[in-house]
Design a protein around this ligand. Structure first.
Ligand code: PLP
Length: 376
């Protein structure tokens, strides 16, 4: 088996620190430690007595209680605390799927589960979100891609990179497709809470069938990626199987991460973090839309329903990799190429950033478009 790197994350680690304008991030401006402590009405002194020991290997009980409280019917034994969704996805692809077994995923998507599964010899089938219908789920393609050999279906909702939030009928179609096949439905809900247009939170897949596994973290909707705290919510026997792999992979997350995560998920703190994120997302998007509007003949997009990300289609005769390479080398601006999400001729652009910073770099991108159109 030839190992294939995670194309998006490799691209980000290679370049994100080396450009003047970085719009390749997938979250919002991170919360500072002092801001989180203020929201939790806790002085920094309280951290002085935190023992810098291992926490419980499957996650601090108080934190697992807080997480379980977010999912109706879940108990702390349904929760495993992981190093972000990254570890959760990695453990799942190594636990749920055996080499040769079939996984079905959406397109476009964040390709971690798929890449990990491919590296273990899984067969991967796809179904599309249809851009011409505002990224609606292509139900016929879903039915074609799920059959008696499907072991798992993996979705990201709200979606990275499109910001699409699945409709209720689309969620039902996915749950039924998984049930018919006797497959697991793995739902990455890391952008739940980062809604741009609506104020109700994206509904979870949890509880819709006993074949559902949900992963989430504090990295996107909460603005706390540096805590490296994520979780899996799953039937307890699945949690136990993942926990055995977690012991090999990381032993545990960190004590400070567990304590601060528990603060972030308190009922009086969590809504404030979510509101902060939504505020950052909403303003940045209007700036992006205005600046890209200068090239209406080239750029088009379905406005994201959630996340700070826009997945922008362009009409130019070059691939997304070539466009992004020129943008980086000639203009010192970084955006993520569509091919890293399985859909070329698109750019993923993050916009929850200070207005001047956003306008200047996007202006440089517009200059590059003018040059390409002129044949330069
Ligand atoms: C959909 C999705 N899942 C998972 C991750 C990994 O996030 P983390 O490990 O910080 O929770 C990302 C990061 O960009 C993502 O976009």
């Amino acid at each position: 088996m030839v190992f294939k790197p995670f194309a998006l994350e490799k691209f980000l680690s290679d370049w994100e620190q080396k450009v003047r304008f970085n719009y390749s991030e997938s979250g919002v401006h991170p919360v500072e430690l002092g801001e989180l402590l203020d929201m939790a009405d806790t002085g920094a002194g309280a951290l002085r007595t935190v023992p810098l020991n291992y926490p419980e290997v499957n996650g601090d009980l108080t934190l697992r209680e807080r997480i379980a409280a977010l999912y109706q019917g879940a108990a702390p034994d349904n929760v495993l605390v992981t190093v972000g969704v990254s570890e959760a996805n990695y453990l799942l692809a190594n636990t749920i799927l055996e080499p040769g077994e079939e996984l079905t995923v959406m397109r476009p998507t964040y390709m971690q589960v798929e890449g990990t599964a491919r590296n273990r010899g899984s067969v991967v089938k796809t179904f599309a979100l249809d851009e011409t219908r505002d990224w609606a789920l292509d139900i016929d393609a879903l039915h074609d891609a799920v059959g008696e050999h499907t072991k798992a279906i993996a979705v990201v909702n709200p979606n990275n990179p499109t910001g699409k939030i699945l409709e209720e009928s689309e969620m039902i179609a996915l749950v039924l497709a998984a049930e018919r096949a006797g497959a697991w439905l793995i739902a990455d809900e890391v952008y739940g809470g980062a809604e741009r247009e609506r104020s109700d939170q994206t509904p979870t897949f949890w509880g819709r069938s006993d074949r559902v596994i949900v992963v989430n973290s504090l990295s996107k909707a909460y603005g706390l990626p540096g805590l490296r705290i994520g979780w899996v919510v799953a039937p307890s026997e699945v949690v136990t199987a993942l926990w055995r792999r977690h012991e090999y992979a990381t032993v545990s997350t960190s004590m400070l991460g567990n304590r601060l995560a528990e603060m972030a998920l308190r009922p009086d703190v969590r809504p404030r973090l979510i509101e902060r994120t939504r505020g950052l997302i909403r303003h940045g998007f209007s700036v992006l839309q205005e600046v890209l509007g200068q090239h209406q003949d080239v750029f088009s997009m379905v406005p994201p329903m959630a996340s700070a990300l826009s997945f922008v289609h362009y009409k130019l005769p070059i691939s997304s990799t070539e466009f992004v390479d020129r943008l980086r080398t000639e203009k010192s601006v970084l955006v993520a190429p569509g091919h890293c999400f399985g859909l070329d001729r698109h750019l993923r652009i993050s916009s929850a950033l200070p207005e001047d910073y956003l306008r200047e770099g996007l202006g440089r991108m517009n200059d590059l478009v003018t040059e390409i159109v002129a044949g330069l």
